[in-house]
Design a protein around this ligand. Structure first.
Ligand code: CP
Length: 330
């Protein structure tokens, strides 16, 4: 794999997957996010880092967290931000997705953030932009089908590292920490991206779910698989629960949501079988009472869910800043 960072300068034009991220890139993303987290605590939370740049949010699939945190991140960096709504666009008149991207390029867009329900759309747009713009437009994958959600995994990494050492967050703080990813792994782009980042950080990563949602093929990632949650709990430091993606399920993959919660839902009883300092994460949106009991979600002593959302702005500022041509802030 070609080195992506030369002398502290970010070289990667597009962030489409974490499968080829280097340790140095993880380090750089986390450290830059830490700088921006500090900026976000100031009275004036805006910096002129991307003044004059145009950032386009092209979300062809619904989103609350990702879309709005990207919008806020680009505004905090003083970029001009354009939001695309497919329902009010010329897609309804038959325009293609690539023609939509070409239209935003022709209007001077520097960075495009793409979410689509089909895997591969951000990659196709990146290829087209490379062809048209000679590498001047950067593409960020904000979630494509079941394939990848790199910025979610980076914000999860940042939330975990800052939890362990707020003053000096580094990916390697996770080395040896036991982390379970629990639930609908099959349909989860969040799980697939987190597998790359958490393995790169050296975490003791385990996947847990019912056999219909955690097929044996996931063993190719080189991490242990568990079909019984209770067997995997002892010694766990962090549990990342995943949303049941019923909109992606074909056929009857689960007997009922009630039974799923009984077997795989996080409860206080189950947390007592983990490490005493165990914390819960969830990328959202949450099906309350299914993946975890509602009271756990709001228990600040046990849940890092709010920190995940807060981390999203700093991490997305970091990526926009690095891809927009910046060096590490002072
Ligand atoms: N975690 C996540 O991607 O949430 P949204 O769908 O709300 O963006």
């Amino acid at each position: 794999m070609e080195e992506q960072i030369v002398g502290g300068q970010w070289q990667r034009r597009h962030v489409l997957t974490l499968s080829d991220f280097t340790d140095l890139e993880y380090e750089m993303a986390i450290q830059t996010a830490a700088s921006f987290r500090e900026v976000l605590t100031r009275r004036n939370r805006k910096v002129p880092a991307l003044q004059g740049k145009v950032v386009a949010n092209l979300f062809f699939e619904p989103s609350t967290r990702t879309r709005n945190s990207f919008e806020l991140a680009s505004k905090r960096l003083s970029a001009d931000t354009v939001n695309f709504s497919p329902g009010h666009s010329s897609l309804s008149k038959g325009e293609t997705i690539l023609d939509t991207a070409r239209t935003f390029w022709a209007m001077g867009t520097d960075l495009m953030i793409i979410r689509h329900r089909q895997a591969g759309v951000p990659q196709a747009i990146a290829r087209e932009m490379d062809r048209m713009s000679q590498g001047k437009v950067g593409i960020l994958n904000a979630g494509d089908g079941q394939h990848a959600h790199p910025t979610q995994a980076l914000l999860d990494l940042f939330a975990l590292c800052t939890h362990l050492n707020s003053a000096d967050p580094h990916p390697k703080l996770l080395a040896g920490k036991k982390i379970l990813i629990v639930g609908d792994i099959l349909h989860s782009r969040v799980a697939r991206s987190n597998i790359w980042s958490l393995k790169a950080a050296g975490a003791d990563l385990h996947l847990v779910g019912p056999p219909t949602l955690l097929p044996k093929t996931f063993a190719t990632y080189g991490v242990p698989l568990h079909w019984q949650l209770d067997d995997a709990l002892p010694g766990t430091d962090f549990i990342m629960t995943l949303r049941l993606q019923q909109e992606r399920m074909e056929g009857h993959l689960l007997p009922s949501l009630r039974e799923y919660h009984q077997q795989y839902g996080m409860t206080r009883d189950r947390l007592q079988r983990c490490h005493p300092n165990v914390k819960i994460l969830h990328p959202g949106p949450v099906n309350r009472g299914v993946e975890l009991s509602s009271d756990l979600m709001e228990d600040a002593a046990l849940s890092l869910i709010e920190q995940q959302v807060t981390s999203g702005v700093a991490v997305r500022m970091a990526l926009l800043y690095l891809m927009g041509g910046g060096r590490l802030p002072d």
